[in-house]
Design a protein around this ligand. Structure first.
Ligand code: SF4
Length: 416
């Protein structure tokens, strides 16, 4: 099948361009100023106080800045017109609002978009690159956000799992992925989507967020919690907690905290109904087996028929896709308010699995549907740009993998 690709590879030395066409300052590697993006309201207030804002003004300034940053999406203090010019200059000396560099933006033939963003070290370890994916659908636009660079968990069907963990993303870096997507899609008030962009015909371009990109969010709990608190705030980005889903591979001891302290929707990367198979597909299962994981789900704060837990189930040919597996899945989830998402496997270079046949997936889906579980088959999106579930990886890591493969081929060719 011919693949229609529209790859806008931006000049890495040039500042990225916002959807409005205005140049946006990217984060320089050595900027001593404190980034305001990603600070919670309390942290922002404390930073303003420390910057010399009189205590009686702190609340007002915090509200003003918050709305400029997260509701209007501005990237410069100059745009904050209800703040006096002198104070704006003072703030700009001390704080930065810079966005990450957009190294590449790819648009799939189905409208899915993927951005490769580069963040400077900023005291968080090393400069890193992460991928963020936007999936437009009828009536909604979902942004799949990364929480780590690489992952420690080596799930065998996942491309990210082949990349070693580089570091956790900071709250700033998590929130910035959402702001960049909104910039590029014209999703701030007065913004305009790029010509021909697929976005929902009504409402916001980014209406839903899933923490389902690179990494295990519950291994970066504090930063994910801070970032989602910022994003859910009703006076800023204002994506409600019911439209934010945190997906975990099953870090059992953190699941209760996630419900109590973050309060978003939960998704579990389940993928198998037996411990021996799940040990292989999701090696974390050896530490937290299925029974413990499901017990944590039963106790997830706020779980109800209106707030069901989503169980992700990747369809792997001849591995986990039999009718017996489907029946066992139904039995396993009995008593848990649940939805089941069937994900046709998205292959990546060197992946050890194949996607189940369509008929097999439909038979599986019929069995779980008949048992009363809504089980949409998630149509693969963005496969042509490696943007589908389990396909994300930083470009640097892809390059290294290609180099290793090329070197291997050379060595094989010389008979060494
Ligand atoms: S599925 Fe998630 S937890 Fe597993 S390796 Fe991939 S990114 Fe990590």
């Amino acid at each position: 099948m011919a693949i229609a690709l529209d790859i806008a590879r931006l000049n890495p030395n040039a500042p990225p361009v916002a959807a409005t066409g205005a140049a946006v300052a990217a984060m320089p590697d050595e900027d001593p100023r404190l980034p305001l993006i990603g600070l919670t309201r309390e942290q922002l207030g404390a930073a303003l106080l420390e910057a010399g804002i009189p205590p009686r003004q702190v609340n007002m300034r915090e509200n003003q800045i918050w709305q400029w940053l997260y509701h209007r999406g501005v990237t410069s203090f100059d745009a904050m017109t209800n703040i006096a010019k002198d104070l704006r200059a003072q703030l700009a000396e001390r704080f930065t609002l810079a966005r990450p560099e957009i190294v590449a933006e790819q648009v799939s033939s189905d409208g899915t978009r993927k951005w490769l963003m580069r963040f400077p070290a900023r005291g968080a370890g090393k400069p890193v690159e992460v991928e963020t994916v936007y999936i437009p659908e009828e009536g909604r636009g979902t942004l799949c956000v990364s929480s780590q660079v690489g992952c420690t968990l080596t799930c065998s069907f996942c491309h990210t799992g082949t990349q070693t963990l580089v570091r956790n993303l900071t709250a700033e870096e998590i929130v910035a992925q959402i702001l960049v997507a909104r910039d590029r899609l014209g999703d701030h008030p007065g913004g305009a989507a790029p010509e021909g962009a697929a976005i929902p015909t009504e409402g916001r371009a980014v209406s839903n967020i899933v923490m389902m990109g690179m990494g295990e969010p519950l291994y970066n709990f504090d930063n994910v919690k801070a970032a989602l608190t910022v994003v859910a705030d009703g006076e800023g980005v204002a994506v409600s907690r019911r439209r934010i889903t945190l997906s975990t591979s099953g870090v059992v001891p953190m699941i209760e905290r996630a419900g109590a302290e973050i309060g978003v929707m939960l998704a579990i990367s389940l993928h198998a109904v037996r411990d021996d198979l799940r040990d292989e597909l999701v090696p974390l299962n050896r530490k937290y087996p299925i029974a413990e994981l499901l017990e944590a789900c039963r106790n997830y704060p706020g779980v109800s028929n209106a707030r069901r837990i989503t169980f992700e189930y990747v369809m792997l040919k001849g591995v986990n896709d039999s009718p017996a597996d489907a029946k066992a899945l139904v039995k396993l989830l009995r008593g848990i308010p649940a939805k089941i998402n069937l994900i046709p496997f998205n292959p990546w270079p060197g992946s050890p699995y194949e996607c189940s046949d369509w008929e097999t997936i439909e038979t599986f889906s019929d069995i779980v549907n008949r048992a009363g579980y809504a089980s949409p088959i998630r149509t693969p999106r963005g496969r042509d740009i490696l943007a589908a579930c389990g396909q994300l990886k930083s470009e640097t890591q892809r390059m290294r993998a290609r180099e290793r493969m090329a070197l291997g081929a050379m060595v094989a060719g010389t008979g060494e």
